[in-house]
Design a protein around this ligand. Structure first.
Ligand SMILES: NC(=O)c1ccc[n+]([C@@H]2O[C@H](COP(=O)([O-])OP(=O)(O)OC[C@H]3O[C@@H](n4cnc5c(N)ncnc54)[C@H](OP(=O)(O)O)[C@@H]3O)[C@@H](O)[C@H]2O)c1
Length: 256
């Protein structure tokens, strides 16, 4: 009982896509500390995924790395099968992988650039849910946590491809919340504002500083800040939350 109190996710199998770096890596480490068995997905950076696993194991946690390009259905099916063989069916899916996109005004962007951003985001969620939901149905319980971006609702110029892709993802998540609720599966969205990771490192330092100063909390957002919200949504404490969208912004969603 004591064990369960300190490690409330003991016995849960959690698959995080794009967990070799950034928000996914921070969430993997946090969830493993809470007792979950972690399936650490990566695409190319096996070294970084193994470093996350190493940290988890040194802290007494359990995990395994799984390579798959989550935009490819066959690779995702094989990965989810391998997770089942190693642990059991997935209890919690965190749809987190980040896909670079064409940065351009929408009236000038290439059609391929615009379409590709949405294709990647929605194929990743499509592939991962199609592969994971049957196991959740068998267990009569499951959780899906979808990582969106504040840019879907609070646009910035030249980021339209990403904003449109994340808005589509949010619409899918909301629909799935209704469809999967009767099957015992919750679907929630986490919406981070600008967070310091590899993905955001292309932005100049003065931009980062301006963002920090304009936030009511006057702090940078780090991957660990988002990981705490993901951990809450993955836990039994969030059993009655579905169709929610949790803003992790330091208050910046009140700025215009
Ligand atoms: N950073 C921000 O400011 C910010 C703000 C709002 C929302 N978000 C969202 O937060 C999530 C995580 O972003 P991040 O900033 O933490 O990203 P990141 O640090 O750049 O890490 C990207 C992760 O995605 C993985 N990945 C990329 N393509 C993949 C593919 N085809 N299949 C499987 N994995 C793939 C990478 O794997 P490899 O290491 O193998 O390449 C890596 O683990 C994303 O959904 C992003 O849109 C980020």
């Amino acid at each position: 009982m004591e064990h369960k109190r300190h490690r409330p996710l003991t016995g849960k199998v959690i698959l995080i896509t794009g967990a070799s770096r950034g928000i996914g890596a921070a969430a993997a480490k946090r969830l493993a500390r809470l007792g979950a068995s972690l399936a650490i997905n990566y695409n190319q950076r096996r070294d970084r995924a193994l470093a996350v696993l190493d940290e988890i194991e040194k802290a007494g946690g359990e995990g395994m790395v799984f390579q798959a390009d989550v935009t490819q259905k066959k690779q995702v099916d094989e990965m989810v099968g391998a997770v089942r063989d190693k642990f059991s069916a997935v209890d919690v899916l965190v749809n987190n992988a980040y896909f670079p996109f064409e940065v351009s005004p929408l009236h000038q962007i290439s059609w391929d650039g615009l379409a590709e951003a949405t294709r990647r985001e929605i194929s990743a969620l499509y592939n991962c849910t199609q592969a994971s939901v049957p196991g959740m149905i068998e267990k009569k319980k499951g959780k899906i946590v979808v990582i969106s971006s504040r840019l879907a609702q609070q646009p910035l110029p030249r980021m339209g491809a990403y904003a449109a892709a994340k808005a589509a993802l949010e619409a899918m998540a909301n629909t799935m919340a209704i469809e999967l609720g009767p099957l015992g599966i919750t679907v929630n969205v986490v919406t981070p504002a600008f967070t310091l990771t590899d993905a955001s490192s292309i932005m100049p330092d003065d931009f980062k500083e301006r963002i920090r100063q304009s936030r009511p909390l006057r702090k940078h957002l780090y991957p660990e800040d988002v990981a705490g919200t993901i951990a809450f949504l993955a836990s039994d404490a969030a059993d009655m939350l579905t169709g929610s969208n949790v803003l992790v912004t330091g208050g910046s969603h009140f700025q215009i």
